[in-house]
Design a protein around this ligand. Structure first.
Ligand SMILES: [Zn+2]
Length: 409
């Protein structure tokens, strides 16, 4: 088989396109495949698909293709332009690439696979493309995916905020909790941020949402109430966010007490931060026993830890009624704990109690958002921050959007 025929097969070129020439440059390790079409070929208008007469050709262009035995391979051709009665002179579509792309469909597919498996920097090295090119491929993939997203039923939605950089920069994430995918990402954590996210969901789909899981954050609460009919009854302040507030309070108590003890020359609590953040069932038995002894000995941190652990039981109550009883006992204990950070959190939950108890009507948590969060954290770590918010959004939707990313082949 001659190399021309070989590449004809490898590229899957069909009539009227054929491989005209293959040039091999051993020095630069490069294969250039030149494609051309039959003289009498006819093409269609890219807008209306009607057959049109050939007008002329654009200048020769080049597309990066999959390597041939580690030789960088480029396809070159002049794209025909057609003259449509309705749309004027237009560039015809070529079967091997999407309009404006500098890569063939097969290369783009492969690049998407590589980008899903590794970080952008790793992908640029493996593929021999620039950082900007890699990002462009991701952007196009996300654009395709969003355009194709089906408007299936959306039942449970999570609203989550994410710190995306130091100095208090945030992003708002809208998640489909059932599929565990990100629907949209917007900058900030203001009303407008969530409004922007909601605007990406078709109105009929939004109206079908049964419940929104979110933190006790007024701008989000107001936005949902304004955008969704009976919004207030659909909001659930979920256990992950509530327990995380309690964990923060616990840590403030621990830091204060550690300082007090260190001043007295006691280093018992130094370096215990992570132990106290663990849930009781995940602690080693000896550490748990130590906490119990500390509590009996009157340590504030151990007391705060017990209060936090007890709070988690709220969501195990069999009914709303049982949960309300549980709540009043817990709230009494917490507000009489003489631990001001704990009291503050207890009061905050109390203010939002109807939307904490709505859990028992909807039974949703933001667990799926937590999983998404850890993927996003990984993305941030590997990217060492993002140059722009739009790059962050692209990376999140590329990895966590559950989108159909590949170009149609
Ligand atoms: Zn047309």
């Amino acid at each position: 088989m001659k190399d021309v025929e070989l590449y004809q097969h490898l590229l899957g070129l069909k009539s009227p396109w054929r491989v005209e020439r293959v040039d091999l440059d051993v020095k630069t390790r490069r294969v250039t495949v030149v494609a051309a079409h039959a003289k009498d070929a006819s093409f269609v208008c890219p807008e209306c698909s009607s057959a049109c007469p050939l007008h002329d050709h654009d200048e020769e262009r080049s597309w990066r293709h999959l390597d041939s035995c580690q030789f960088e391979t480029h396809l070159r051709a002049r794209i025909p332009r057609v003259r449509c009665e309705q749309h004027g002179v237009r560039q015809a579509r070529v079967p091997w690439a999407e309009p404006k792309s500098r890569f063939t469909l097969l290369f783009e597919r492969f690049a998407i696979d590589v980008l899903l498996e590794t970080d952008v920097l790793g992908a640029t090295r493996l593929l021999g493309i620039s950082w900007d090119q890699a990002h462009h491929i991701m952007e196009r993939a996300v654009g395709r995916g969003l355009a194709r997203r089906s408007e299936g039923r959306l039942r449970h939605v999570g609203v989550d905020e994410k710190a995306i950089a130091k100095r208090h920069r945030y992003a708002t994430l809208l998640n489909d909790l059932k599929r565990g995918v990100v629907l949209e990402v917007a900058e900030g954590r203001r009303k407008e941020s969530l409004q922007e996210c909601l605007a990406s969901v078709p109105a009929e789909q939004l109206a079908q949402v049964e419940a929104f899981a979110m933190d006790m954050w007024q701008p989000y609460f107001q936005t949902i109430c304004g955008a969704v009919e009976n919004g207030a009854s659909k909001i659930v302040h979920d256990r992950f966010h509530i327990v995380s507030h309690m964990n923060k309070a616990l840590d403030i108590v621990r830091r204060r007490e550690t300082r007090e003890l260190v001043e007295e020359g006691d280093r018992l609590l130094v370096g215990t931060k992570h132990q106290f953040l663990f849930a009781a069932e995940r602690l080693d038995e000896d550490v748990r026993q130590r906490f119990v002894r500390m509590r009996h000995a009157g340590f504030k941190t151990a007391r705060a830890w017990s209060i936090k652990e007890l709070l988690r039981g709220l969501w195990d109550c069999p009914s709303k009624r049982a949960a309300l009883e549980w709540w009043s006992r817990w709230c009494f204990w917490a507000t009489h704990s003489r631990l001001s950070p704990v009291i503050k959190v207890a009061r905050m939950i109390e203010r939002h109690l109807p939307n904490v108890m709505s859990y028992f009507a909807h039974r949703i948590t933001n667990a799926a958002s937590e999983a998404i969060n850890s993927v996003v954290r990984g993305l941030q770590k590997r990217a060492c921050g993002f140059r722009s918010f739009s790059n962050f959004r692209t990376a999140v939707l590329f990895r966590c959007g559950g989108l159909e990313l590949y170009p149609a082949t």
